[in-house]
Structures are given as structure tokens and as C-alpha cells.
Design a protein around this ligand. Structure first.
Ligand SMILES: NC(=O)c1ccc[n+]([C@@H]2O[C@H](COP(=O)([O-])OP(=O)(O)OC[C@H]3O[C@@H](n4cnc5c(N)ncnc54)[C@H](O)[C@@H]3O)[C@@H](O)[C@H]2O)c1
Length: 246
């Protein structure tokens, strides 16, 4: 029970990596607010793990403030925040991605980190502790072509992680990131453009350990980085990538 007594918010908990992280956190004793724009998915995950469902749009300031208030009254204190909700544009030449798509991706992948920090960092500073985990991507370190603005949003997230870590360290708040490689979630199809054995083989060929990542892999890594075992670790963006970034 590595997270016994901890209160956590996981955004995008209704699917994929967020669901894997929420499940693992609950199994380790945390009370988890399962936050997602998909109300039904948030409810289903909360019911499954005995957590608290919350509907949120992480790109909207008022919605994020409401999530923070709901979490504070349900949990008492927010010890862990996982900024996991994220989206991509479909693969395309950088100049062909529409302005609307660009704004949509940056709003969910980048602005959300600012909005959750604005809502929750003051409380963490006041309690003198906290762990924030941003789910970035290998795309921010070793970008693939045709996902340009998604890649850049994840690079932004990695820099934000380091900047937040150095500013919040004096307050006992740690900030880290995970860089997952392509994973078995509903989002994978969007990265690949089309889900065919040929495209899958092309992606797998770049992963030395020879498999896609899983929600369990992210749950394991997130649990470590948000637990006391990682109390000396801040500002890292840890690859969970089967060696893809070597
Ligand atoms: N799957 C991969 O291959 C992969 C690889 C690297 C990084 N990532 C990152 O991991 C994170 C999770 O991705 P996933 O693969 O589990 O995706 P997913 O699509 O399975 O799940 C994302 C969840 O976020 C929710 N969401 C989307 N927009 C939201 C918003 N505005 N407000 C609140 N919730 C919102 C969705 O409803 C969904 O439940 C993302 O940040 C993604 O960029 C994924």
C-alpha cells in the first residue's frame, strides 16, 4: 500500500493510461478522483475502483477550478495530481494541420497543465507537500514525422515539468513526467492514422523491447514516481518506452 491515505486526481481516468494509473493508485490505497470529459467513463472507473467521479474539461479554467474544489471537499487534501488527459491531431504534414486542430491539441495538452497548477499548486504549497505527474510522450524527445504539433505539445510539457519542479522544490512539491511510447489504448489508432498490421509492424520495429506499452506499465511507473520511494526524484521525464529513445 504505497499510497495509503493519499488523495489523488487523475485526469483522463476514463480510458487508456489514465485508467491504468487510477486502478494502480486505488490498489495502493489512494482515494482517487477519476476526472474525465466523458462523464460516463469517469463514473464507470470511479465505480470500479471505489473512487470519486468528476466531469471536467481540462482545457477550461472554470471547469478545472470546479474539479479542484470538488476534489478538495471529497479528499480533504490533494496529495497527487496526474495531468494525463491528452489528445492528438491525425497524422498530416505540419502545414496542413488546421488552426482549429492546433488550438484543440495545445489547449488539452499544454494549457491544462497551467490551469491545474493555478488551481491546485497553492494548496500543495500550503501543505508543504505534493506530487505532480505530467503524462508527456517519447514524441517530445524523439518525434515522429507528421505528428508535428502533437510532438511539440509534449516537448512543452517536458519543459513545464522541469520549470515547475525547480520552482516548487522549496515547498516540498515534486513534479515529474512520464514519456510513454506508443501504447495499447484507443488513442493509438489516431497516431497510426490507420490500424493495419503493416503500420503496427512499422511502429513496433522502433521499440527494442518489441511490444507496445500498456496502461499497467504507466500505472507502475506513476505509482513509483508519486510515492515516497521517489522522494528524492523531481524534474525527471522518465521514458517508459521499451528502449525507443536510446
Ligand atoms: N497511447 C499512446 O500511444 C500514448 C503514447 C504517449 C503518450 N500518450 C499520452 O498519454 C495520455 C493518455 O493517453 P491514452 O492513450 O490513454 O488516451 P485515451 O484516448 O485512451 O484516453 C484519454 C482520456 O482523456 C479524456 N480527455 C480527452 N480530452 C479531455 C479533456 N479536454 N478534459 C478531460 N478529459 C479529456 C478522454 O475522454 C479519455 O478518457 C495522453 O496525454 C497521451 O498524449 C499516449
Amino acid at each position: 500500500m504505497k499510497l495509503e491515505g493519499k488523495g489523488a486526481i487523475v485526469t483522463g481516468a476514463g480510458s487508456g493510461f489514465g485508467a491504468g494509473i487510477a486502478r494502480r493508485f486505488a490498489a495502493e490505497g489512494a482515494q482517487v478522483v477519476c476526472a474525465d470529459i466523458n462523464a460516463e467513463a469517469a463514473r464507470a472507473m470511479a465505480d470500479e475502483i471505489g473512487g470519486i467521479a468528476c466531469t471536467v474539461d481540462v482545457g477550461d479554467g472554470e471547469s478545472v477550478n470546479a474539479m479542484a474544489s470538488a476534489a478538495l471537499s471529497a479528499l480533504g487534501a490533494v496529495d497527487i495530481l496526474v495531468n494525463n488527459a491528452g489528445i492528438t491531431h491525425l497524422p498530416g504534414l505540419m502545414e496542413d494541420i488546421s488552426e482549429e486542430e492546433f488550438d484543440r491539441v495545445l489547449r488539452v495538452n499544454a494549457k491544462s497543465v497551467y490551469l491545474t497548477a493555478r488551481a491546485l499548486v497553492p494548496g500543495m504549497k500550503a501543505q508543504g507537500s505534493g506530487a505532480i505527474l505530467n503524462i508527456a510522450s517519447t514524441a517530445g524527445v524523439s518525434p515522429r514525422p507528421r505528428l508535428n504539433w502533437y510532438n511539440a505539445s509534449k516537448g512543452w510539457m517536458i519543459t513545464a515539468t522541469k520549470a515547475m519542479a525547480v520552482e516548487l522544490a522549496p515547498f516540498g512539491v515534486r513534479v515529474n513526467a512520464l514519456n510513454p511510447v506508443a501504447g495499447e489504448t484507443p488513442l493509438l489508432k489516431s497516431f497510426m492514422g490507420e490500424d493495419t498490421p503493416e503500420v503496427r509492424a512499422k511502429f513496433l520495429a522502433t521499440i527494442p523491447l518489441g511490444r507496445f506499452s500498456t496502461p499497467q506499465d504507466m500505472g507502475n511507473a506513476a505509482c513509483f514516481l508519486c510515492s515516497e520511494e521517489a522522494s528524492m526524484i523531481t524534474g525527471v521525464a522518465m521514458e517508459v518506452d521499451g528502449g525507443r529513445c536510446i
